[in-house]
Design a protein around this ligand. Sequence first.
Ligand code: SF4
Ligand code: FES
Length: 582
Amino acid sequence: MATITIDNQTYEFEERERLLQFCLDRGVDLPHFCYHPSMSAPANCRQCLVEVGMPQINRETGKPNVDEDGNTIVQFIPKLQTSCSMDISDGMVVKTHCSSEQVVRAQKDTLEFLLINHPLDCPICDQAGHCPLQNQAYKHGPEGSRFEFEKVHKPKHIDLGPNVVLDGERCINCTRCIRFTKEISKSNQLTIIERGVKNYPMTPPGVEFDEPYSMNVIDICPVGALTSRDARFQARVWEMSKTASVSTVGSKGSNCYYWVKDNQIMKVTPRTNMSVNEFWLADEERLDYARFNENRPAGPTVHGADVSWDMAWKAAADCLKGVDGSRALFLGSAFATVEDNYLLTKLAESVGASAPVYLPHRILGHGDDWLKTDDRAPNAEGCERLGMEHGVLGEIKGRINSGEIDLLYVMEDDPVGAGMCTVKELANLKVVLHYYNTTNETLAAADVALPAATAVETVGTFVNKDGHAQRLRPAKAIKGVNRTLSMEIGKCRADRHGTPFDRWYDEDNLVDCHPGWVSLPQIAAGIGLELSYKGPRAIMEELSTSSERLTGATYDAMGEFGVRLPQPAVAESDTTKTGFNA
Ligand code: SF4
Ligand code: FES
């Protein structure tokens, strides 16, 4: 097997790969700026320098020469090499800053050059606290600046497009942002202008940086030169908790982090999952978070009057008692989790109603072949795998207007807002609305309204359009302590004792709502149905063995990055389906 020696430690390898990535994968923390694993390596920052050598081969014997102690004599390349642009090869010997004074000196000098014209504005920079330049300056840089002249000034506060703001002085010209638009998104909307120390990234004349993936350059910029117009100056990184979860926009199931301060979502950034979204997130997936903070419901109501939760659950159960199952319609939701839809299915079954259907939320032509999808809801596939079918809006409307339905149970959707029917058309039905998110149009028709926790406030499972089941984790707390939820919430550096219960959120921002897996068993109990699961984990344990289409979808199997579920066999009758229609 081929071997490489790094700082006197020998590693085996099978395939050639870039030396920098090989080191990073094995915990050798080589400093770098311009390298990104998904893009070409221009080797322009010079921060990843290392000493590289090969065994000195005896031309006569073809074997490595050895010294008097029997050690292989290594011939090092006279100049330091950029590890990001060099492939590993058999017998290679590498010295990093851990074993070479020359490398330590080179990294320090490179940082000194990078910092010569860099503004000293870390105290007001959004990147401070998670800035590679700041971190590496602390770890590998000089202790102070010897530069006594005026720094080069460049344009600041430039709106490159609707979502990205440039501070030219902070840029270190790593070209990651340029390469992103050339090699990844292929919009070619950024280029470098000016020359030498004066250059910085810019859009070509007459072009706006408005591609649908523009905000990815903010994440890959290794300094604070590119900031989000939406999130800049809103919160420092140490004030926010960061929770790993899944995007709720579209059916791709992109992995993301929700950043929370004072129990409000402040921003959404990508989480690397090479099986789903790789390193990236669409702008629409980042910017659609205000609905988690604003216009949230203020507790349960019955006929518009505020009531306690116990009264609301009882009122919902009373609506279900004695209902003729054939005249009840249950609407599940592609916005709700697999667990909640499953419990709704059981509730519908217990009153003799047919299986819930879910409403389609598709905008034809909206998607691309990357992260944006026509389907605007995150869990239609999860609903399908539970055996639910998508409802046809016109057909449901017809059933309501012809008097076929007495009771409509709506879970986490807005049939009026979706155009299925009007409030007036719902007036003669008993409507139990277990709604989500913001106050919605269907609320006006609800006899009983039960605020539901959103996808950033619950534990649950979404299945993306490719059949990848992934876990949701709560990023925000809701009113009342729920241990299952609280234990999953990320911590921030300001949490005093390092536990999720120490969060320094504002009590005013706690929404009075419950996840479906809390509310539905309470309603079920009111009609004598026992849905006694020990939380959503137990529901998925059951489904992973009882449902062929969700086989293996346990929380343990899903872990951090989800699990690909077996593809369901396509029934012959399904092949004629053209998708959703209204
Ligand atoms: S703006 Fe950031 S990503 Fe772009 S070249 Fe400058 S430092 Fe690199
Ligand atoms: S990371 Fe290697 S030169 Fe920039």
